[in-house]
Every structure is written in C-alpha cells, then in structure tokens.
Design a protein around this ligand. Structure first.
Ligand SMILES: [Zn+2]
Length: 370
C-alpha cells in the first residue's frame, strides 16, 4: 500500500486531492487557517464586536416578538449558540428543521435546551417522501457530498421564516475554529440549487413540490436587496474550546453527547463514518481533528490516537445499514449497487455558477472593480 504523506502540523494527508505542502511540510489548509483566523478579533475587541452586533439586532427588533432567528440541530455548536444568544439579551425564534433523521438523543437535547432557556421552538418537518427521493437521487448520482439534500434546507428555511416574521437577522452556529479546515473535494456547496435539481431530474422519481429552495437569485438579490437578512457567526467572537463547551452545555443545558461531530443526524453519522470513507476514502474525522489541532485544542498525537479507533463498531454498522435501507425503502442489494457505482465528481452535474447570467454578472462586477 502506498504510504500517504501527512502534514507535519495537522492530520491531513495526500488522500486529500490537490493538497500542497510547503518546504517545511505544512499543508495549505493549515496555512490558510492561520491567515483567516488573523482576520477575526479576539479578547476585548471580540467582546465589543459581539455587543455591537447584539445592539443592532435589538434595535431592529424593537416592538417585535422576536429579534432574530437561530437554527437548532441539537449539536454542540447550535446548542452553545442558543445559550450565548440568550446571554446577550436577544429574543430568538428557535427553528428546528426535522429532515427525518433525528436521533432520539437529538430530540431530547432540543427539548431540554428550549425548556431550560425558556425559548419558543418552531419545528419544521420536511416532506419525507421528497427528502427520501432526493437523498436516493444523490446516492445514485454517485457524488461524494450526499448530505446536500439536508444541508440545503437549513438556510432556505431560516431565510424564509425570517422574511415571514419580518426579522432581519439570522445567527448561525458556523465557526472557523472547528469548521474551517475541510478538503475542498470532500464536500460541495449545498446552496447550489441548480446542482440539486439537476441530480434530482436525472435520478429522482417524484416531483419536488414542497422541498425548501434557496436559489442563487435569492442569495444574490432577494435576501440582499429586496428583503435584506443579515447572517452573523457569533461563535467566531467567543473563545471556543470544544471540550470545555461540551462540558458547559452538559452541565447547564442537560445536553448529551452523540459521540461525533454532526452525529445528531443518524443519516450524517452513517454518511460520514461509512459511505464517505468506504466509497471515496474520505475520513471526515481527519478534517474535524485537524481543526482542533490548528486551533490548539488538541495535540497531533491525540488526533492520531483518535484516528486509530474504528470508524464504526461492526455490529452497529450492520444495524445502521439495515436502518438506512429501510428508511430509504431500498433493498440491501440496491444499496450494494449504490456502493459499487463508479465514482462521479460534483462538476459532472450542472451548477448555479455555470449559468450564463451569473457568469455575465461576475464579469461586470470584476470590470467595475478594476
Ligand atoms: Zn496541515
């Protein structure tokens, strides 16, 4: 077997397409992280920035029942965000999107959080027949990022609900410290609606009538100019040590651990720990752990030890494959066929960014900038 070359700093290696190492053996992802993190304020500056945004949100929310929207998956990031938002004196409408894959712990966690923080929860349940059809279409398209059908609906719904409630601010749990490092070919832009619809057109079976959509036009015009909604990433302005945060939310909010990043969704667990590594050789733990290394939360040795662990307990895997097949209403043979399909790249399907009007628009913007 070919020995993979690994970054001297993080645990990414040559299984990552187009990874570049400098003369000291440090990869491009580590270097990009160092650059990006410099642009984020820290200490008092960060606190001031956070207070300033909170003040703006309060002003815009005067005489309204809520002043902002937050999404709550029940994972670490969104859970801590809910706490932070309340602490800043904001009045969020909490939105949970049920894509059909919530683990039991996730449901319990969400309930605990909103009860303890005394928040209003709005749960949006995605039409399961459509979600199932779209997820199967992505598997049949044989592309790596099959989490897109779930990921797309979050911004789509948060913006739609913001508009309906005349709210101008969405606060998201995204953060650089635990999410910046992610090999480019391991995932794909989940906002790309043209991509989603193209894959669905080729492999889907039923029409998508209720599936929430977030088009390129929505992103560039509707929510920027017609009904402007600002998105904020609060977690970038607070010290964010994953272990400390976990401990905190366990103690304060009755939160229970899922055992892995994004495992609040049973689909995402299966997808990250089985589908991606087995079919594509992408082990997302390498990205998650590398984030923790570059942000000085764990050492490389600790990450390597973590990587030695099995991705799945074999018995549990068997159980989960059965569960996923049953849920997607396919036989084990059909699933095996999916696993054996020749691998495709996302670029083999249509994209928002190849639309003529978008390309023309970009050219004009570039021209004006010059
Ligand atoms: Zn690196």
């Amino acid at each position: 077997m070919k020995k993979e070359k690994q970054c001297v700093k993080c645990v990414l290696d040559t299984t990552v397409e187009n990874i570049i190492f400098d003369e000291n053996g440090v990869c491009n992802y580590c270097k990009e992280y160092d650059e990006v993190i410099k642009t984020i304020p820290t200490g008092v500056d960060a606190q001031n920035k956070l207070n300033q945004i909170a003040e703006e949100i309060k002003q815009d929310g005067k005489n309204k029942k809520y002043d902002c929207i937050i999404g709550l998956s029940g994972g670490v990031d969104s859970t801590y965000l809910a706490h932070l938002v309340v602490e800043l004196g904001l009045r969020p409408l909490v939105v949970h999107v049920d894509t059909g894959w919530n683990s039991e712990i996730a449901v319990q966690n969400i309930e605990n959080i909103v009860n303890i923080l005394n928040l209003d929860l709005f749960t949006y349940v995605i039409d399961w027949e459509e979600m199932k059809d779209l997820q199967l279409a992505f598997f049949k398209a044989s592309v790596p990022d099959c989490d897109i059908p779930q990921d797309h609906v979050f911004p789509a719904l948060l913006h739609k609900i913001a508009k309906e409630n005349k709210l101008k601010h969405i606060i998201s749990g995204h953060n650089l410290v635990t999410e910046y490092v992610l090999p480019r070919n391991w995932s794909y832009d989940s906002n790309d609606l043209t991509h989603i619809l193209d894959i669905h057109k080729k492999f889907g079976k039923i029409p998508l009538k209720k599936y929430p959509r977030y088009s390129l036009f929505d992103r560039m015009f509707t929510y920027r100019w017609i009904f402007p909604v600002k998105s904020h990433r609060f977690l970038n302005y607070v010290p964010y040590n994953k272990e400390e945060i976990k401990q905190f939310i366990q103690e304060k909010l009755g939160w229970r651990d899922y055992g892995g990043k994004h495992f609040e969704s049973r689909f995402t667990k299966f997808f990250q720990s089985y589908y991606l590594p087995t079919k594509f050789g992408f082990d997302k733990r390498k990205a998650h752990l590398s984030n923790l290394i570059v942000s000085n939360q764990i050492t490389k040795e600790e990450a390597l030890k973590e990587l030695e662990k099995d991705l799945y307990d074999l018995k549990e895997l068997e159980y989960d494959i059965e569960f996923v097949c049953k849920k997607l209403a396919i036989s084990r043979e059909e699933w095996n066929e999916i696993m054996c399909l020749p691998i495709k790249k996302h670029s083999e399907y249509k994209s928002d960014y190849n639309k003529l009007w978008y390309k023309t628009y970009r050219k004009i913007v570039e021209f004006i900038k010059k």
